[in-house]
Write a protein that binds this ligand. Structure first.
Ligand SMILES: Cc1cc2nc3c(=O)[nH]c(=O)nc-3n(C[C@H](O)[C@H](O)[C@H](O)COP(=O)(O)OP(=O)(O)OC[C@H]3O[C@@H](n4cnc5c(N)ncnc54)[C@H](O)[C@@H]3O)c2cc1C
Length: 442
């Protein structure tokens, strides 16, 4: 495997479970890729472990939860399981009770605070339509198309934040098909599927470190600080060379720009049919567009929220009564999630502005909506956080060429760019090894 993000590590675990030998090469000195831990210092001088971005998992992440179990992580301890809630600091919004689906969703809608009967009826009517269509729509539909008939308040307070947090793409540009898939899996996927699972440990401890230990305990290798720039096909076309080592198959789980670079080198040395396979794959990958996510970590002595996670309003009046720019959609109380007391993480999905403008606006938003004056700790802007999950998007497949596979959250699959999408693609690539390579070293 090239790349020790969640996809590459999941692929290595799955490949070993199928009897293959696996070596993982990771360019950086930290495991986990975009979902990794980072170190920081709080304004009071205390060291803290943050994440490259605040993450949420949901109960419907079945493969991720199975993978955590495989590598020995106790998900019940590592993740705080809460019924789905999109509640604002003023108490408005939607909160599902701990009831079986779909009763929980029905009651959540009927009891949503701050919504009129018309708001509630508009959502129930639309949700019933989605259900009667088996959560399937035309591939060209956007989320906004699906929601024609939903009241502006429900759109603003539920659909828009849900869509941008799940697909990291605004509703008017987001794929209706993928949104409905996530919604269907979470609302009708069985007990607990719609639950929010909030990490109580940093993202490195949540999966990547346990996965690396598991891989090494099962005869595999994880090599950090190994940036792979070249992979060469064997002259006899039966193996792939990475440096001095030969492998029967290679799974590229690194970031897309790196994969494209590696593939263009291979293309020059490959047979005509492999070169054609590579060109086709690179064309699909090259058409993907990306969205940013910004996480603003801020701290104040004694700062806390009424819940571990709150939704924030986009259009909230400031002290002067003017509508201020309020970029963050959610805020997390890291103190309630195993982190230092007073530390909050604000998430700005599909973010556009530069780091300092966003940070300043988020600190103002904290003042306006939470009544908190916070000190900035660290602002992480991931410019290529996820691919833009737009209607009708064709995503590159797992197979690139014989013995050459890809995995990553962007690969073709039912999920948007999420941990679940990454883990699923890793498992799928490992399963495909059986078809792509007759041998056992990858
Ligand atoms: C800020 C942010 C917030 C997010 N929030 C959520 C969320 O709430 N819920 C959710 O489910 N998902 C969320 N995601 C998405 C999730 O993090 C990703 O879908 C997932 O981490 C992708 O994993 P991956 O293995 O496909 O890719 P990556 O994590 O990008 O892994 C690629 C790995 O390859 C390595 N690499 C690159 N080049 C080379 C090379 N040449 N040689 C060797 N190694 C190389 C990289 O260092 C990296 O470790 C978020 C993402 C971000 C950025």
């Amino acid at each position: 495997m090239v790349g020790a993000g969640w996809a590459g590590l999941a692929a290595a675990v799955a490949a070993i479970r199928q009897g293959h030998k696996a070596t993982v090469f990771e360019a950086s000195h930290t495991l986990g890729g975009r979902a990794r831990a980072i170190n920081a210092k709080l304004p009071n001088g205390i060291s803290a472990v943050l994440d490259n971005g605040q993450h949420i998992l949901i109960g419907a992440y079945s493969e991720t939860l199975r993978m955590l179990q495989t590598v020995g992580v106790d998900a019940e301890l590592a993740l705080l399981r809460l019924p789905l809630a999109l509640v604002f600091p003023d108490g408005g919004g939607l909160q599902l009770p701990r009831w079986p689906a779909p009763l929980d969703a029905a009651w959540g809608i009927l009891s949503a605070r701050g919504w009129s009967l018309t708001d509630k009826a508009s959502l129930i009517k639309t949700a019933l339509r989605w259900q009667s269509d088996s959560f399937v729509c035309a591939s060209t539909d956007s989320v906004a198309d699906l929601c024609i008939g939903v009241s502006p308040r429900v759109m603003r307070e539920l659909i828009a934040p849900l869509c941008v947090s799940a697909l990291n793409t605004p509703a008017e540009r987001a794929s209706g098909q993928v949104f409905l898939r996530v919604l269907g899996d979470s609302l009708f996927g069985g007990a607990g599927s719609s639950n929010l699972l909030l990490p109580r440990v940093d993202l490195g401890r949540l999966f990547p470190e346990a996965a690396a230990r598991w891989i090494e305990a099962h005869g595999g290798q994880v090599q950090l600080g190994q940036r792979i720039g070249q992979i060469q096909p064997d002259p006899a076309r039966t193996a792939w060379h990475i440096g001095e080592q030969a492998f029967d198959a290679v799974i590229l789980a690194n970031s897309l720009p790196n994969i494209t670079k590696v593939l263009s080198n291979i293309e020059l040395l490959a047979t005509q049919s492999v070169a054609t396979d590579i060109r086709n794959w690179v064309r699909l990958a090259g058409a993907l567009r990306f969205e940013a996510i910004t996480t603003v970590y801020a701290w104040a002595q004694g700062a806390t929220l009424q819940a571990p996670m709150l939704a924030l309003r986009h259009d909230h009046p400031g002290d002067d009564g003017q509508m201020g720019l309020a970029p963050a959609q959610f805020v997390f109380d890291r103190g309630q999630l195993g982190g230092p007391a007073g530390l909050l993480a604000f998430v700005v999905s599909a973010s556009h502005l530069d780091r300092s403008s966003l940070q300043a606006q988020v600190l103002q938003q904290a003042k306006d909506q939470l009544g908190l004056t916070l000190h900035p700790v660290q602002t992480v802007v991931e410019k290529r956080a996820t691919f833009a999950c737009t209607p009708g998007l064709r995503r590159p497949p797992i197979h690139i060429a014989p013995g050459l596979l890809a995995c990553g959250d962007y690969c073709d699959g039912p999920y948007p760019a999420t941990l679940e999408g990454a883990v699923r693609s890793g498992i799928e690539a490992a399963v495909a090894l059986g078809d792509s390579a007759n041998n056992t070293q990858s």
